[in-house]
Design a protein around this ligand. Structure first.
Ligand SMILES: C[S@@+](CC[C@H](N)C(=O)[O-])C[C@H]1O[C@@H](n2cnc3c(N)ncnc32)[C@H](O)[C@@H]1O
Length: 341
């Protein structure tokens, strides 16, 4: 296992055969534990490049189960089996026959299936893409998703009973920040709506990882000299995060680490074309210099979003929510489903 230190963003290797006591201590501790790297392509004891399966942090699992609010006799579909631990908790509460879990990775699914059987909880574990749900056993009273989603499939609404709950870590391609959306399916079973309940950070659903063009495709040599130049007084920290991602669409945000002389660049890359913008912040200066280029004026889009945010009393994630409509489209709202963004 590779317990993950959230503060440093690093993972260490703990070998059960060599250090069984440490292994057990980590298994019982409140930290996320990476169990697979690089979609299984990585072998050996050292951490790989990017984690692709894990046992989630127990306190987060418990908070999500509290949001899920399961009752006796209910049927649950979990998307993202991982180790099978969350499925085991659900099976302990509801009975193994009422829980189905799916994982896109065949090795992960088989390992979890065996672990659940050893624990006396023979949950149905399927190797398949959770984007499709599992219509064969629908309707479910609850769907709980344990990987990060950027696009909610309408199949999940169709497969949840009226009044049922879909709990899903959701975010935008703006950055890694996510929050769980707790969507209640309408009485007619054709739409679902609800607020964000807590900030989270999950590994992304496989097909929804961000793939963007290389930096040089946006900013070829000499492009900075030809770019439009302006100045901004929007603080760099206001541009980070979940809420800006709700407001600035089809954009991804990359903040450089602080560099020599206290210079820090914040880049915006368009996802619909090769428009780009960069603001260069320097310690001690109130204004940052902005360069932008392309059919979209990305910095102006970000400034407009920032003004809207200030005019609405700087709302945090908890004032927003999502509706998946009858047309299958997901829309964001502020302070209730009647106020779509
Ligand atoms: C954070 S782990 C899940 C933790 C797990 N619930 C537990 O209790 O250990 C995320 C899992 O989502 C799976 N996953 C990623 N994309 C998926 C998809 N499209 N369908 C189903 N599972 C997916 C990954 O293979 C990974 O095992």
């Amino acid at each position: 296992m590779w317990p993950h230190d959230m503060a440093t963003g690093s993972s260490r290797t703990v070998d059960k055969a060599r250090a069984p006591d440490a292994w057990q201590r980590y298994a019982d501790s409140d930290c996320p534990i990476v169990t697979q790297w690089d979609d299984g392509a990585h072998n050996g004891p050292e951490p790989g490049r990017s984690f692709s399966s894990s046992s989630s942090m127990p306190s987060l699992v418990f908070s999500m189960l509290a949001d899920l609010d399961v009752r006796e006799g209910q049927r649950v579909l979990e998307i993202g089996t991982g180790t099978g631990w969350n499925a085991a908790l659900l099976a302990h509460r509801l009975g193994a026959g009422n829980v189905v879990t799916v994982d896109v990775d065949g090795v992960v699914a088989a390992t979890a299936r065996a672990a659940l059987r050893r624990a006396g909880l023979p949950v149905r574990v399927l190797h398949r893409d959770g984007y499709l749900g599992f219509p064969e056993r629908a309707p479910y009273d609850r769907i709980i998703v344990t990987c990060g989603v950027r696009d909610i499939p309408y199949a999940w609404v169709e497969q949840t009973a009226p009044g049922g709950i879909i709990l899903v870590p959701w975010g935008t391609y703006y950055g890694p920040a996510e929050a769980t959306a707790r969507l209640v399916v309408d009485e007619d079973g054709r739409s679902a709506s609800g607020p964000f309940t807590r900030p989270v950070g999950f590994m992304r659903m496989r097909a929804q990882r961000l793939v963007r063009r290389q930096h040089a495709a946006y900013v070829p040599p000499g492009a900075m000299d030809r770019a439009e130049v302006s100045f901004t007084s929007v603080p760099a920290t206001d541009l980070d995060g979940f809420v800006m991602g709700l407001l600035v669409r089809d954009v991804t945000h990359v903040a450089d680490r602080e560099r020599d002389g206290g210079r820090r660049a914040v880049w915006l890359y368009g996802l619909s074309d090769t428009s780009w913008a960069v603001a260069v912040f320097r310690d001690g200066r109130k204004e940052a210099k902005v360069y932008q280029s392309g059919p979209r004026r990305l910095w102006e889009e970000a400034e407009t979003a920032h003004q809207w945010w200030k005019a609405n009393e700087r709302p945090g994630y908890e004032r927003f929510g999502l509706t998946v409509g009858r047309d299958g489209q997901t829309r964001v709202w502020l302070d209730g489903p009647d106020h779509l963004l």
